[in-house]
Every structure is written in C-alpha cells, then in structure tokens.
Design a protein around this ligand. Sequence first.
Ligand SMILES: Cc1ncc(COP(=O)(O)O)c(C=O)c1O
Length: 361
Amino acid sequence: MVDTGHKMVRAVHGGLDLAELRRLGLDPRAVLDFSSSINPLGAPPGVMNAIADVNIAAYPDSDCLELREALGGSLNLEPDRILVGNGSTELIHLLATAFLSKGDGAVIFGPAFGEYLAACAAQGVEPVELVANEADDFRWDVAEACQSIRELRPGMVFLCNPNNPTGLYLDEDKVRRIAAAASASGVLVLDEAYVSFVDGAWDSRPLLEISNVVLLRSMTKDYALTGLRLGYMLSSPEVIAGVKARQYSWSVNAAAQAAGVMCLGRQDHLEQGREAVRIGKAYLVDALVSMGLKCRVGAANFFLASVGDATTIRLRLLKEHGICVRDCASFGLPGYIRIGVRKMDDCRRLVAALDKALSDG
Ligand SMILES: Cc1ncc(COP(=O)(O)O)c(C=O)c1O
C-alpha cells in the first residue's frame, strides 16, 4: 500500500446509501429523506429547462463569471470577492489546502460537519475540537473558546452558523469576537450553509471587513440542487485568489452554473422555502414533544430529537417505513436523530412512523 504520510479521514454524512437501500430491498426513489436538510420545496420550477439549454458539448466557464456576477448583484459584492465551488464541500477542502500544512493547528467548533475534520486530516493537521456543552443547550463558552484560539494560534478555525447538527445560532457580537481571536493567526471559516432558513438572520457580510474571514454558503441547500452541487465563498480578493489558485479547471459543471443563475432570480422560492420550514418545524416539534421526545430546537431547518438508540430507530424507520433520518452517532451524539424539515404531508408521515417505531421497541 502507498503511504501518503497522512491519516486520511472520510467524512460520515449518514444520508441515503444505495448499497444499504439495495440490501434492504428499498427503491431509492420511494424513500422519504429527512436526513439532508434542504429547501423543502425542492428546486424552483424552471431549473430543468435551464439545464436543458446547456450545451454539454462545451466546457463550462472555469471562472463561473455569469454566476459570480449574478451573486455579486444580489449580495452587493464585487465578483472578485466570490469563488464558486462544486458544492461548498469543495471549498472547505480547497481552503484547508490553501491555509493548512502538516503540523499547523486548527480549531473546530464541535460537534460539527465531518468535512472540516476530513479537510484538516488531508493536510496532516489534527484539529482541536471545542465541544459544545450539551447540558447548556449545546452552547459554547465563547470567552473560553476565544482564549483557546489565542493560545493555540490555529491556521484555521471552522465555525458553522447555524451549527450542524445542533442548530445553535450565534449572534453577531459572538461571531465577531471569534473572528477577532482567529484573525491573529489564521482564517475564520464561517460556514453559513443553512443561514437562508433562519428567521431574521443577521447580515454577516460586514464581517468581510476583516480580511481573514471567509463566509461559506450552499446553493445546494437553498435551492435543493443536491444532485448538482453548488456552493460559494465570500472573502477578501486576496483570500479568494489564494484559494482559486488551487481549484482545478472546470470543477463546477455547466448544468450547476446555469441552474445557479436561474435560481438567483427566484428569491421568492427561497422565502417560500423558509416559510415551509417554519410551518413544518413547528408541527414536527409539537408532535414529537407530545410523544414525549426531548427535542433540541435551534434556528436551522433541522433539529435534534432524543430517541434513545438513534442507530436502531433510524434503521427501523428506514426498513419498515421507507423514511431516512440522520443518526447522530458520528457527531458523538448516539442518542439523537437529526430531522431536516420537509413539506407538511411528509412531516405527517414521519410523525406516524416515528410513533410506531418508538412503540415497536
Ligand atoms: C455545515 C455544512 N456545510 C457544508 C455542507 C456541504 O454542502 P454542499 O452541498 O454545498 O457541498 C453541508 C452539507 O451537509 C453542511 O452540513
């Protein structure tokens, strides 16, 4: 075996797995997926037409110029502050490549999305995880965290806001304090993959005044382009240039770029998605609490429910009801499932199935 010299880590996502579905004799198209947390309305109508117009015999634009211009227009930012990626996951890995080398320090506010650890590990970096306090509704002690960052002097700090999987949403003051602590030694990656679904979210763009802050956003989530993958980062032109230099040519395919431009003209679809999340989340939480389940509900379009043994409940829901939820064992939370809010009809099916799955135990 070739020794790469690095301890590579493959992130666990806990979503639909074709091999598992085959083993269980399930048709993937018939499974209701509550494990990924995307716009419950799906992609806006018109996306398929936009894709059909793409000339797939031509290479895509390596600079994603049209999409960056459209993003710049809607975010009021110059296109040189925007880099588009093949999902924000690509950008997480490119950021680590650009700013971390073997032996550097990194900090992850945990529990967190598994790609941060994978991206660090690929650079030979063992990050320090600042684990949120479950007993305090998964809050972090921000003063303590800032102190640790100042002492550790990491090359990169990963903070997801609202956080996956806890849904905790930090206010601007706390994030600014973390950004200030991180900027003394490296880059703060503020992952806002789910911020579009937060009611009354604060505007993080002014943070870009701090040149070492990176904002990460996911159009995969905003517009349910999950199979196409599309994400972008916002930062200073210098950071953007440094990361872009590491991106291979044509990494964002033409269908994703065309879909992205089309979707940006459909902000109303995003607003309707946020409204659907508000309604579905209120219904689900109310129903689950009535069933006697303890729910940890943050600001995101998903929440945690404490079910005892999450692995067993997930499998029972999948096998017997064709419903997939996220088992949070890989986040270090084996008692919780994470539920991404879907449309009301689907939510009703989940409630009935969960009621049965819990009583079958
Ligand atoms: C916190 C977080 N960031 C980024 C991503 C990746 O999204 P994308 O599809 O844009 O790569 C996810 C996906 O689950 C996520 O949970």
